[in-house]
Design a protein around this ligand. Structure first.
Ligand SMILES: [Cu+2]
Length: 415
């Protein structure tokens, strides 16, 4: 059993050196503490709310009972001063995260989020591991969190100028020469897409949302939408090198123009021996779908005119769409169709899916995901099977402003 006490409350936090910002954190820090456990452990987490408003805690990516999913569908908000205990078994290895699922555009922007690491029996051996939680925050001239809102923010989602790694703006990361590290990366941004580059150097994808992928994939960049996770093997580098960890320009068709931006710098120190071994097979992932298949439903991500926002974001033409039930054990093949001219990260609660096709093409590798980018006017086919966890579940765009406006669907899983 892993027991954790979390207290959500107001804190003064130094996002940028020398400036104290009024923010919200778990246990006085941003991000909240990294929760570490092993597959099969029971997590018992007592959350005490010292915020001036109610909150609930969602366990992003975890296969848990519906009642523990931490949304306003399955639980009442935890009132200021109250404590709620979340208790569930950690069934899968991977890099997950926790964040409020209430007034998210405020609660996440102010700093309420943290990583949850679950280790399996067969993890690859690397020389070190770091958890890097990426975020951005929009500060005013006094270094305080800027008031939320406005038409552009409602459309683009909120993107801030201060780019944070583990709650600090553009930090230096110190690494020994000659070593290969495992970086577990979480994108906790409200809306920012991070097209991650490590000085243009090659690195290796080991895992995504739902843990290890089937085989390591060498790349020079990887796209993390809001809520995405990726595990990568980084290095080896040479003593004295300075390497930029950047988000390369990614045009997700926003009003604001995309550009290259820095998140951190790697400074390479004296060499240390390496014992890193990355096996050629990481895990066996059986495909849920082989050959031609027709979708069992379509989920249309769209927009509608709105007086308040200019446009408002919806699913199947309605905000907070009520979708049809999903039967336990029945193969789901969903076509998630983007009817808009901008990208949307689609997130399914409580269950992993496989990506079958993106715009008709199979994905580059086999993986389990809970969040996938749906390109403008694009179509992503996913496959998944609900295991026996009936209850109320949901899916939504993970650009928090779009989610808030109603780009989401509720559905029941039934026996
Ligand atoms: Cu969206």
């Amino acid at each position: 059993m892993v027991e954790v006490d979390l207290e959500a409350g107001e804190i003064d936090w130094e996002f940028t050196p020398g400036v104290l910002t009024k923010a919200w954190g778990f246990n006085g820090q941003i991000p909240g503490p990294v929760i570490e456990a092993r597959v099969g452990d029971v997590l018992e987490l007592r959350l005490t709310n010292h915020l001036p408003e109610p909150t609930v805690l969602h366990w992003h990516g975890l296969r848990l009972p519906a009642a523990m999913d931490g949304t306003d569908m399955v639980q009442r908000g935890i009132k200021p001063g109250d404590t709620f205990t979340y208790r569930f078994t950690l069934r899968d290895a991977g890099t997950f995260w926790y964040h409020p699922h209430m007034n998210e555009t405020v609660q996440l922007e102010r700093g309420l989020y943290g990583a949850l690491i679950v280790r399996g029996p067969d993890e690859p051996t690397l020389d070190g591991e770091r958890v890097l939680v990426l975020d951005d925050v929009k500060l005013d001239r006094k270094g305080q969190i800027k008031k939320l809102g406005g038409l552009i923010e409602g459309h683009d989602g909120r993107q801030g100028g201060a780019r944070l790694v583990n709650g600090k703006a553009e930090p230096a990361l110190f690494m020994a020469a000659g070593q290969i590290e495992r970086w577990r990366i979480v994108n906790a941004s409200s809306a920012r897409y991070v097209r991650l580059s490590i000085g243009g150097r090659p690195f290796t994808i080991l895992g995504t949302d739902g843990g290890l992928i089937d085989a390591p994939v060498p790349v020079t960049e990887v796209l993390l939408t809001p809520a995405d996770r990726v595990d990568i093997a980084v290095g080896p580098f040479t003593e004295g090198e300075t390497i930029a960890v950047d988000a390369l320009k990614y045009n997700r068709m926003t009003v604001a123009r995309a550009r290259n931006e820095s998140f951190a710098t790697v400074r390479v120190g004296p060499p240390a021996p390496s014992r890193a071994v990355i096996p050629t097979t990481l895990r066996s992932i059986e495909p849920l779908v082989s050959g031609p298949v027709s979708p069992t439903r379509e989920v249309h991500l769209g927009f509608k005119p709105s007086l308040r926002h200019g446009v408002t974001f919806v699913v199947n033409k309605e905000p907070h769409h009520r979708d049809t039930p999903v039967k336990v054990g029945e193969l789901q093949v969903w076509d998630v169709i983007n009817d808009t001219m901008m990208d949307h990260p689609f997130h399914l609660h409580g269950f992993f899916f496989q990506v079958v096709e993106v715009n008709g093409e199979p994905p580059a590798f086999r993986s389990w995901e809970d969040t996938i980018n749906v390109p403008p006017k694009g179509r992503v086919r996913i496959a998944w099977v609900a295991d026996d966890r009936p209850g109320e579940w949901m899916y939504h765009c993970h650009i928090l402003e779009h989610h808030e406006q109603g780009m989401m669907g509720h559905f029941a899983v039934v026996r």
